[in-house]
Design a protein around this ligand. Sequence first.
Ligand code: LLP
Length: 412
Amino acid sequence: MNTALLDTFPELARQYGTPLWIYDAATIVERIEQLKAFDVIRFAQKACSNIHILKLMREQGVMVDAVSLGEIERALQAGYSPQGSPAGVVFTADLLDAATLARVTQADIEVNAGSIDMLEQIGQVKPGHRVWLRINPGFGHGHSAKTNTGGENSKHGIWHTELERALQVIQQYGLQLVGLHMHIGSGVDYSHLKQVCGAMVDTVKRLGCELEAISAGGGLSIPYKEGEQPIDAAHYFSIWDTARKEIAAHLGHAVRLEIEPGRFLVAEAGALLSEVRAVKDSGNNHFVLADAGFNDLMRPAMYGSYHAISLLPQVDSSGSASQRPTVVAGPLCESGDVFTQHDGGIVAPRLLPQARVGDYLVFHDTGAYGASMSSNYNSRPLLAEVMLEQGAHRLIRRRQTVAELIALETEV
Ligand code: LLP
C-alpha cells in the first residue's frame, strides 16, 4: 500500500475504532492490470471475501472462485453470474456436502472436482453438468508445508494416475469437461513453473481428451519482507502461454488460459490498524501489546509468517528515531498471540521505534488471508473493514457486536 495513505490512518482509527482492516482499491486495480494478459483472472476469494471487494473485482472484469456454499452466495450477491463461458463463478473443492451439491446443480455452477466422488455425486443429480478436473501432479510447493497442495501428503486434487478413471466417470454420467486445473500450493516462486507447465502439457497429451480451458491455479507470492523481489507477472504469463500454445496445437483449436490468484491481487492492498494498549518489560524482552490478536490476524501464529510493522506515534514522536528489539503481541490469553514470530520460534524481537500506549501499529500486507481467516476466539467480535477509494474512505463491513456474537447461543 502506498505509504502516503498511512497519514490518514489515525483519523480512520478515531472514526471507525481499532483494530481495523483497511484496503486500498487502487493497489488491487494495479495488481489486476499486471495479470491482464491471461484470458481470465479468477480471484480466489478465500484470500479476502468481502462482497465489496468482490464487486470491485467484477467491475474490473475479474471472475471468481468459490470453495464453500458461503463463498458461492457471496459471489452471487456481488453480482457474478454462473452462466456463460467463461463462467463467472467456479466452485473448487475436494468434496461436496449435500447443501452445496444441491446449490451448484440448481444454479448451474461449474465445479472444479478434486475427487472422483464429487463427479459421481454430480452425475447422479445432473448429467450434463460442466466440470473441471483439479490435478494433483505428484509434487507441490508452498511458503509453508501447510500451504503445499501437491504431492502424496496433500489431500487436494485427483492424483495424476487416477485421471483416466475420472474421465470414465465423466463419460459414464454424460458430464461435460470444461478444463484441467492445477494449483500446487500457495506462496510459490516461479522457479518450479516450468515443471508445473510441463506436467499440464504432458497430462493433456496423455489423456487425449477435449477441453476448452486450462487453469494455472494461484499461488503467486508477494514480497512480504524488504528486499524480497516481486514476481515478474509478464514472465509468469509467458511460461504458461507457451504451455497453452503447445496444448492448443495438440488439440487443433484455441484453449483459454485462466489464472486463479488470491494473495497476489489483495495482500499488498491491505493493512491492519491497531492501537498500543500496554508496554512492558519481562526480563530481557520488551513487549508492546496491541489491541489486535491472532484471532484477527492469524498468519504469524499459524505459519510463522512475517508482516512488516510500522509505528504511527501519537503521543510523543521524540523516541521514533532510535529503535529497540520489540516483541509485538496481542490481547489473547495464549502465549502464541505474538506477531513478531518466525518459523519455529514464538518470540522473535524486531527492531521498532519506542511505542507508547495510544500509538498506532500498522501490520502491512494483510489484505490476503487476514480478515478472511479471523475467528471469534476469546469471544472477540469480527472487526470492521474500510475501503480507501479515490481519496475517500467507506465502511465495507461494520464491526460485529458482542450481542450478535452471543445471540447464536441465547436465541435457541
Ligand atoms: N486456488 C486454489 C485451489 C487454492 O486452494 C488457493 C489457495 C488459491 C487458488 C489461491 O492461492 P494464492 O494465490 O492466494 O496463493 N492461508 C494461507 C494460504 C492458504 C491458501 C489456500 N488455497 C496463507 O495465509 O498464506
